[in-house]
Design a protein around this ligand. Sequence first.
Ligand code: SAM
Length: 276
Amino acid sequence: MDLAFKSLVNYASRKSGVNLTQYRENYLRRRIEFRMKILGVTSFDAYLKMLQNDGKEIDKLLNTITINVTEFMRDKTPFEFFMNHVLPDIARRKEKVKGNLLRFWSAACSFGEEPYTIAICVFEALGSKWSVSIYATDIDDECLRVAKDGFYRPTQLKNLGKDLLEKYFEKEEDGYRVKSFLRRCVKFKKHDLTTQEPVSRYLDAVFCRNVMIYFSEQQKIKVVNDFYEALVDGGYLVIGKSETLPAGFKDKFECINLREKVYRKFSNLANSCEEE
Ligand SMILES: C[S@@+](CC[C@H](N)C(=O)[O-])C[C@H]1O[C@@H](n2cnc3c(N)ncnc32)[C@H](O)[C@@H]1O
């Protein structure tokens, strides 16, 4: 890393409280240069001065680095697999011990589409007799604000059929709001995956999709270890379609479906979910 770039990244890390020094350098360079181009700034030194002089610029840089793209039922098939195979398996295990609480974590939830999708999948696959608790976390305050509000425009809901829209959303003037019974299932919280402890333990499944691509190998290892700690034995981890688990996790997670990137924490329980 050249000196000017390094000073900029160190300053931005201190100022934002997010350890950007651990992000992949090429990715970080591309995103910072993208922001500089918008501002017409041509050197890292000049951009550092701008960050030091304009208190609001750090948030704009952070938003540029942590792209928030997301969708309801993103990629569709991982959520179909979740409904048809993972949830029935979790429910069977709970029924054996007479439990009725299902606990999930949507890590890096962006504007909330992912945790609400998880909630919809649970109601669709298992009905309403379960108590559902979903932690939904992100480092971006603006994302969390929008997510809590639960209001989405029709274009953001294009992956949901009319039937799901009617069941889970209230129509408002310019869009739809997630119904309150569904919103009550989700607890939104600010959380930095790279520096903080897991938000909870004894979770049945963790979704961490399309964020580890931005992380260095070292950060990925920290984060996947956290998920291992946070899951119950036999709990599921779902990652993004273009993502891979770091090396060294073969004895901790078994791959349940390689195409959908669904893994399960090893346990001694009988294997009851379909392998690919
Ligand atoms: C591309 S979105 C993924 C949203 C959703 N999981 C999905 O797959 O549609 C990436 C999200 O990761 C968040 N993010 C980036 N770095 C993070 C970190 N260190 N801790 C927690 N969230 C982070 C961003 O704010 C952004 O909302």
